[in-house]
Ligand binder design. Structure first.
Ligand code: ZN
Ligand code: FE
Ligand code: FE
Ligand code: FE
Length: 161
């Protein structure tokens, strides 16, 4: 990795690994969620994530590189943490609150990654690729906002009770 191009390619592979790992982890999180809206949010984001992975495949094809070959250690850590939490959590309320907390960590990581990738793509003059990455970045922001709202409604419910 000697230049911005090499670094950009590395980042794309890292994101590809992150999305792949998340696709494997989200079904378990959806299964553990008891609030129907939270469950639906995980299921919807799973479908979105599969599409994000495809988008990265398209981008790598355009760049004539393979998307594989890199493991995102950060996503592995985040998923490990979420898995550990799911084993320890007792009761629906604690489970749901903790699932939102773990999922938002994931979304924030992805937002950081795609934000950087969009910037690199623009810097390297890849206009179409920057647009595709921006699309995913917008979806990650939406997913995070949705989780924020779910956390908020939970807090409001508790205040009312
Ligand atoms: Zn890496
Ligand atoms: Fe994603
Ligand atoms: Fe990573
Ligand atoms: Fe995401």
């Amino acid at each position: 990795m000697k230049d911005l191009k090499g670094l950009f390619e590395h980042q794309l592979k890292d994101l590809y690994s992150a999305e792949s790992q998340l696709i494997a982890a989200l079904p378990k999180m959806a299964e553990k969620a008891s609030d129907s809206k939270l469950k639906k949010a995980f299921e919807d984001h799973l479908e979105e994530t599969k599409n994000q992975k495809l988008r990265l495949e398209e981008i790598c094809e355009q760049l004539e590189i393979k998307p594989t070959g890199e493991k995102c250690q950060a996503m592995a850590g985040l998923i490990k943490e979420a898995t550990g939490f799911m084993e320890e959590a007792e009761g629906d309320k604690v489970m749901d609150a903790g699932l939102i907390a773990e999922a938002q960590r994931v979304e924030h990581y992805e937002i950081a990654g795609y934000g950087t990738a969009v910037r690199f793509a623009k810097e390297l003059g890849h206009v179409d690729i920057a647009k595709k990455l921006q699309q995913t970045l917008d979806e990650e922001y939406d997913a995070d906002n949705k989780l924020d709202k779910l956390a908020e409604s939970r807090v409001n419910q508790k205040a009312k009770a």
